[in-house]
Design a protein around this ligand. Structure first.
Ligand SMILES: O=C(CO)COP(=O)(O)O
Length: 247
């Protein structure tokens, strides 16, 4: 499967930052082989501004959340058709920060994934255990429940394994941890979806950078990376994408 590198800006980026990064990506990445797809997920406020610039650079646009309904009385929310209307192709759902800060449950994430697919978006559904669950040996059980609860029937999106204990720490999970969990996720996907489960891409996220990405991408069942901090600046994101495309 073709690798995919997804940059998640989280709640970062004003217009000047968006322009700088899009400009650098367009000039630096245009000449590289397109061995890995690249997706940039800025905050909602920068989607319209970035859409034409990223498209010209062959980079896809993603959002960081969507509502389960297509429209209606939901003040402050953004629907999947609204994202499609702007040229968005991907949407991150159930990120651990949304699960924690916005009390999103597996069921909420599943409903959003249904809405995203119905609108023609590719959902990137995040799963991952926290430190306590890991120390009590419950990593796989936790992720298993999240997959079961968060992925709707006929799921055709992407799964991102993001161990909460590795996010924003500068310390990615070990190759062994990533290999064990990715193999487990693959087996769960096949159990849930049969043959189709083999075609769902699995990403790793949590302190991925230009140095460690070349250790992470070759791990069996890993089909790409979901990148936070290192996706914010051209100095860190361009070398990361370059390394991914060269690996
Ligand atoms: O949460 C993440 C991406 O969604 C990972 O963030 P960091 O790469 O900053 O650890």
């Amino acid at each position: 499967m073709k690798q995919i590198i997804v940059g998640n800006w989280k709640m970062n980026g004003l217009s000047a930052d968006a322009d700088a990064l899009a400009g650098a990506l367009a000039t630096e990445l245009a000449a590289l082989p397109t061995r890995a797809d690249v997706v940039v997920c800025p905050p909602f406020t920068q989607l319209a501004r970035l859409a034409p610039k990223l498209k010209a650079a062959g980079i896809a646009l993603g959002a960081q959340d969507c509502h389960k309904d297509a429209s209606g009385a939901h003040t402050g929310d953004i629907s999947a058709p609204m994202l499609v209307d702007l040229g968005v192709q991907y949407v991150i759902l159930g990120h651990s920060e949304r699960r924690a800060e916005h009390h999103e449950l597996d069921e909420t994430v599943r409903e959003k994934a249904v809405a995203a697919m119905a609108a023609g978006l590719t959902p990137i559904v995040c799963v991952g255990e926290n430190d306590d669950q890991r120390s009590s040996g419950d990593s796989q059980a936790t992720v298993g429940w999240q997959l079961e609860g968060s992925l709707p029937q006929g799921f055709t999106g992407i799964v991102a394994y993001e161990p909460i204990w590795a996010i924003g720490t500068g310390q990615a999970a070990s190759q062994q941890d990533i290999a064990d969990m990715s193999a487990f996720i693959r087996a769960e996907l096949v159990r849930q979806f049969g043959e189709a489960g083999k075609t769902i891409r699995i990403l790793y996220g949590g302190s991925v950078n230009a140095r460690n990405v070349t250790d992470i991408l070759p791990v069996e069942h890993v089909d790409g990376a979901l990148v936070g901090n290192a996706s914010l600046k051209a100095e860190s994101f361009v070398p990361l994408v370059r390394a991914a495309r060269a690996s």
